[in-house]
Design a protein around this ligand. Structure first.
Ligand code: PGA
Length: 238
């Protein structure tokens, strides 16, 4: 299966610069042999979608509410994301699990809402540094998967060790190989399994070559078009 390179812009940028970034990506993405998704902040989705009309680059939200509509001040539903042009949505990112106390049960409900609205959920899992040091990484991730993925899951899993996100540290290829094999055993054949956590142009090729790595979820490096495209080129293996 083609690899998927997903860019998570997090809470960065304003409209004009974001439209320019999307435009540069559009121009550079011609001929790439991987799937590309970018996830801008919610306020920018429509503008970025407009810039990308007719381009193979797709867009996603960074979170959605589990309910379809209602009295949930400040939240955005999966249908609203879809209406704004998104086809994907990240759910259960560790920053949301940490900053907003999201539980795996809530993540599961969000994944269900995403699928019901016609979005492909990218469900994030990953252990903390303390959990890795104590030897619990595989079991922590196994539990997160069991609790976060709904029946009939039709999406993507992103393995993002919390200690590797935004830190410049990446998991070793051996650790990634072992974790991705474990995730594959837990979830069965089908869903792509992305690696995320300080993926950059310089380490993308080796991480993307690890068995069962179906792509990358990229934070910081997705904000620099040359870096993001270099990562996407490393994934060119249809
Ligand atoms: P990073 O973020 O690439 O900046 O480490 C990855 C992510 O949080 O998805």
């Amino acid at each position: 299966m083609r690899q998927l390179i997903a860019g998570n812009w997090k809470m960065n940028g304003l409209l004009e610069a974001s439209a320019a970034l999307a435009g540069a990506l559009r121009r550079g993405a011609d001929g790439l042999d991987c799937d590309i998704v970018i996830c801008p902040p919610a306020t920018m989705l429509m503008t970025v979608a407009h810039v990308l009309v007719g381009s193979p680059v797709e867009i996603g939200g960074q979170d959605c509410h589990a309910k379809a509509s209602g009295a949930h001040t400040g939240d955005v539903s999966a249908a609203m994301l879809r209406d704004a042009g998104a086809r994907w949505v990240i759910v259960g990112h560790s920053e949301r699990r940490a900053d907003h106390g999201e539980t795996s049960a809530q993540v599961r409900a969000k994944a269900i809402a995403a699928m019901a609205a016609g979005l492909t959920p990218i469900v994030c899992v990953g252990e903390t540094e303390a959990q890795r040091v104590s030897g619990d990484a595989l079991s922590v991730v196994g539990t997160q998967l069991a609790e976060s993925l709904p029946e009939g899951f039709a999406g993507v899993v992103a393995y993002e060790p919390v200690w590797a996100i935004g830190t410049g540290k990446t998991a070793t290829e051996d650790d990634v190989r072992a974790m991705h094999a474990h995730i594959r055993t837990c979830i069965g054949a089908g869903p792509r399994i992305l690696y995320g956590g300080s993926v950059k142009a310089s380490n993308a090729a080796s991480l993307l070559a690890v068995p069962e790595v179906g792509g990358a979820l990229v934070g910081g490096a997705s904000l620099v078009v040359e870096d993001f495209l270099a990562i996407a080129k490393a994934a060119n293996r249809g």
